[in-house]
Design a protein around this ligand. Sequence first.
Ligand SMILES: [Zn+2]
Ligand SMILES: [Zn+2]
Length: 577
Amino acid sequence: MKPGRVQLRRVLLLAALATGALLTVHVAFHRPLGVAGEAPADGYFRIPAVFHVHTTLSDGGGSPDEVIRAAREAGVAVLGLTDHNNLDAKPFEGYRDGVLVLVGSELSTPSGHVLGVGLERDPAFRFNGDGLDALEDVRLLGGVPFAAHPFSTRADLHFTGFDLPGPWGLELLNGDSDARRAGPRLLLTAFCYRLNPDYALLAAISSIDPVLERWDRLLAERDVPGLAGADAHSRLALTRSRALRFPAYQALFRQARNYLLLASPLSGDAGADRRAVLDALAAGRFYIGIDALAPADGFSFTVENQEGRRFTMGDQVDAAGRLRARVGGRVPQATRIVLRRDGQVVGESASRIEVPLPGPGVYRVEAWLPGWPVPWVITNPIYVFDAATREARRQRAAWPGPPAPPRESAPLVFAAKPPFSAEHDEGSTMEQSVVEPRTGPGDADVYRLGFRLAPPGPERRFTWCALVNREARDLSAWKGLRFRLRADGEYRLWVELRDPNPASADEGLEWWMASARSSTEWSEVQLPFGRFRTLNPRSDGRLDPDRIQAVVFMLDHASVKPGTRGTIRFSDVGVYR
Ligand SMILES: [Zn+2]
Ligand SMILES: [Zn+2]
């Protein structure tokens, strides 16, 4: 080889080594930036809170105790546990280790995952409904709902329920999606993680511009709180049985947090503090800060009116009169603060902004640091509108009420006497007498599903109790199925329609299911055919209302807890449009 080539290779090798060494030093010594400026004087206490956390009670790697310890060590004051589709962490709720623990759940629905933060109690029913059902369950249980990881790269996790009614908020940051979207940069993350886990997680963060854009579109219609979700699992599955404990809970809890703005510090009374936290969350009285970039606990965004009254994030401000926005606080030197009105930039400056507001609108702030694809701070908006617009926006955020009596309805005509037969698996039991004549509203006949659902076991994986009617009928002239429902408790039951599908294993029938929740009062249930869905892998893709072969009301271990016994009654089973 020519001496020149050898020289060149040496130089290249040295350059590569030097770059590697520099990168190592850069990573190992990366620390959050320092902040300077006046501490905020808006009268609020900033409470660092982390939500959307999984434990070993679903697919997380750490026990609730371990996760709570990690939260305390990371300086988190409020920890929102949200295991998948259960509230098994309820025994850990309250003050633990100095951390206020709220237990909620992340509910899987066909529209994506719905985060229910801070659910009051663990009900007898299981969460198995669609997106609308999940939101109603969160409302029933006094929690605050958020659409989780709206732009996950995994199609099955992607949120598609943007048209769902109600005041649900939006997860703007999601620790798990970051890792998934990082792609080849995940290699860098893996390399850096041992040197400096905080930096490594930062390196995996991608732009959230599409989420912010979607948020602005939702905000044009109604108030929408924006949340940072940790989506902490600390468990990276390698194979079916092997998993890595990565990333550590503590590293994720240090990375990004929600700073709740509370009028007084946490009191230590778990009930009162829980209420204050959930109120702040529902109102959007908080901002998101990526503390791994720089400590964000000194940020402030207020609007002041002529009388000197000051408003903060989540507040609604009357648009009349002169209003001024003030943004600032303790920020790093190179910060660029951006004030947005209805998504458009109306003010931009280093370290602080003080400007008159140009008119009504949704005002929110981002604070950017050079070189990072996401804002260091994202505030929830201050809403500046006249009374009429405020009221219209309030109505658009309202939970859907109970269904109005249908415009037109007809009872299902049953040939069989009694119309339903009680059927169940071998372990479960049911009352065999299913009709209570003329005891329902308006003297209607009542059908009774008296059940004791056996727990599933090795010999019986599927346990169920059902009322079944197998009569062919054409319901194509109607919009959906309706009935009245009452029970001795809150249960979710499956309402099932079966139609022909020769490819299906179930005697050539395909089962289409929708979920309904009972209460102890009679309530009207209306299930449009479009809400019925199937799990059949050989589905023909659509329910055929003109060829219904069976109408079934069923409970199984996916709809109520195994071992549950109770009585569900329904009447006026019919169709509507
Ligand atoms: Zn999820
Ligand atoms: Zn999750």
